[in-house]
Design a protein around this ligand. Structure first.
Ligand SMILES: Cc1cc2nc3c(=O)[nH]c(=O)nc-3n(C[C@H](O)[C@H](O)[C@H](O)COP(=O)(O)OP(=O)(O)OC[C@H]3O[C@@H](n4cnc5c(N)ncnc54)[C@H](O)[C@@H]3O)c2cc1C
Length: 369
C-alpha cells in the first residue's frame, strides 16, 4: 500500500473515473478512492444527454458496450408535457444505462490505464502543506494518510474534499427521489417525458421506461419531498392511467448541491493550487435540465489536462482549470436565464409559452458545446 502518489482522485463517478484514466494514461501515479464498494449505483436517470457529452464519452472511453446499456438502450429524445399545451418533442439520440453499469465500466477503463482503485474507502479530510496534499482516509476501520502533488475532488454532492478545502462555502441542497414501477403508461415510447404545470413551474418531474419498468423521478427543496412525490403520482393517476393503489417496486433518493449563486458571483471558484474540484462536488450540474454526467466528464477531462500541463510547465494547475470552469459557468448563466422565461410564462398563465420555454432551454443545453 503506497503512501505517495502524483494524483489522488476522490470519487469514482464518471468525472473521477475519466480524470483518473487520463492522468494514469499519461504516466502519473494515480490513486482513485471510492467510498462505496464497486460496482456502486447512483440515483440518476442514467442518460448521457448532451451531444457534446456523448462525444467526450466516445472520444475518451469508446462506444458504450451493448451490455452496459439498458433497454431501450437509446431514447429517441424528450417529450414536454404541459397541461393545456400540445405535447412537444425534441429528437436527440440518447444512450441510457443504470449508473451501476456505466460507472463500473469507466472504473475498469481507468484501472486498465494504470490507475489503482481503492473502493470501500472513505476520504475524511484533505490538507495542504508546502504544496503537497495529505488525504486522510478510512479503510476497513483503519485510518490512513496518503500524500500527493495533486488532488481531484470528484466526490459528488456532499463532497468531503470541498468541505475540507472550502470550509467557508455553505452549500444548499436539493432533495431528489426515484421510484421504480412495474407498469406501462400511455406515454410516448422511448422518450424521457417531463411534466410541468402552470402551478409547479419552473419545477418538473419526469418518467421514462427502463429495463421494462417505469421510473418516476424529481426533486424539491429539503423537507417537501413527500408532498412532491405525492403530487407527481397524482398527476400520473389523473392524466396517464397510473393505478391509484400501485406501490413502487423500490424507491431511493439523494441530494444535489445548489451552488449557482456562489459560482456566478465568483464566491466559489472550485480550485485552489493543485486541488481541483469537479462535477457535482463543484456544483456543476446544469441549471434547468440537471444534466451532470456530461459536466462531470467535461470538468474531469479539463482537470486532468490542467494537471498534465502543470507537470510540464511547473505552473499551478488551478490557473488553466479555472479558465475552463469560468467558460462553463458563463454557459450555465445563459441557461439559468431560461428559468426566468419559464417562470414568466407560468405567471402569465400561458401553457404554450411554458412548453416552448422548457423545450428551448433543453435544446440549448444539449447543444452547449
Ligand atoms: C434523479 C436524478 C436523475 C439524474 N439524471 C441524470 C441523467 O440522466 N443524465 C445526467 O447527465 N445527469 C443526471 N443526473 C445528475 C447526475 O447523476 C450527477 O450530476 C452525476 O452523477 C455527477 O457525477 P460526479 O462524477 O460528479 O459524481 P457522482 O456520480 O455522484 O460520484 C461521486 C462518487 O464519490 C463517492 N464519494 C462521495 N464521498 C466520498 C468520500 N468522502 N470518499 C470517497 N468517495 C466518496 C461517491 O460514493 C460516488 O461514487 C441526475 C441526478 C438525479 C438526482
Amino acid at each position: 500500500m503506497s503512501n505517495n502518489w502524483d494524483v489522488i482522485v476522490v470519487g469514482a463517478g464518471p468525472g473521477g473515473s475519466l480524470a483518473a484514466k487520463k492522468c494514469a494514461a499519461h504516466g502519473l501515479k494515480t490513486l482513485l478512492v471510492e467510498k462505496k464498494k464497486t460496482p456502486r449505483d447512483k440515483v440518476c436517470s442514467g442518460m448521457v444527454m448532451g451531444e457534446w457529452a456523448q462525444k467526450i464519452l466516445v472520444d475518451e472511453f469508446g462506444e458504450i458496450p451493448d451490455d452496459v446499456l439498458v433497454e431501450p438502450k437509446n431514447l429517441l429524445g424528450y417529450a414536454v408535457h404541459v397541461p393545456g399545451a400540445p405535447i412537444q418533442t425534441l429528437d436527440v439520440n440518447t444512450p441510457i444505462t443504470w449508473r451501476k453499469r456505466l460507472d463500473y465500466w469507466m472504473n475498469q477503463m481507468a484501472q486498465s490505464s494504470g490507475a489503482e482503485i481503492w473502493d470501500n474507502t472513505r476520504v475524511t479530510d484533505v490538507t495542504e502543506k508546502d504544496g503537497r496534499y495529505t488525504v486522510e482516509l478510512r479503510r476497513d476501520g483503519n485510518l490512513y494518510r496518503v500524500n500527493s502533488d495533486f488532488v481531484i475532488g470528484a466526490d459528488g454532492a456532499r463532497s468531503a474534499v470541498r468541505g475540507s478545502l472550502f470550509p467557508e462555502i455553505k452549500t444548499t441542497y436539493w432533495h431528489c427521489y426515484r421510484e421504480c414501477y412495474d407498469v406501462k403508461l400511455d406515454l410516448p415510447e422511448r422518450r424521457f417525458n417531463f411534466f410541468s404545470t402552470i402551478e409547479t413551474a419552473p419545477f418538473y418531474f419526469c418518467t421514462h421506461d427502463k429495463g421494462g419498468y417505469m421510473l418516476m423521478e424529481g426533486g424539491s427543496a429539503i423537507g417537501t419531498i413527500k408532498d412532491t412525490i405525492a403530487q407527481s403520482r397524482q398527476f400520473l393517476i389523473d392524466h396517464h392511467g397510473l393505478y391509484a393503489n400501485i406501490e413502487p417496486l423500490w424507491r431511493d433518493g439523494c441530494v444535489e448541491p445548489i451552488l449557482y449563486r456562489e459560482l456566478f458571483t465568483g464566491e466559489f471558484r472550485p480550485a485552489r493550487g493543485n486541488a481541483l474540484i469537479i462535477g457535482d462536488a463543484a456544483g456543476l450540474n446544469m441549471p434547468v435540465t440537471g444534466e451532470g454526467v456530461g459536466t462531470s466528464l467535461k470538468s474531469g477531462l479539463d482537470a486532468a489536462k490542467s494537471i498534465i500541463q502543470s507537470e510540464e510547465t511547473g505552473d499551478k494547475s488551478d490557473i488553466t482549470y479555472l479558465q475552463t470552469i469560468d467558460e462553463l459557468v458563463a454557459k450555465f448563466q445563459d441557461i439559468y436565464a431560461f428559468s426566468r422565461r419559464i417562470k414568466a410564462a407560468a405567471t402569465e398563465n400561458n401553457p404554450k409559452a411554458l412548453s416552448d420555454a422548457l423545450l428551448e432551454s433543453w435544446d440549448h443545453s444539449l447543444k452547449l458545446y
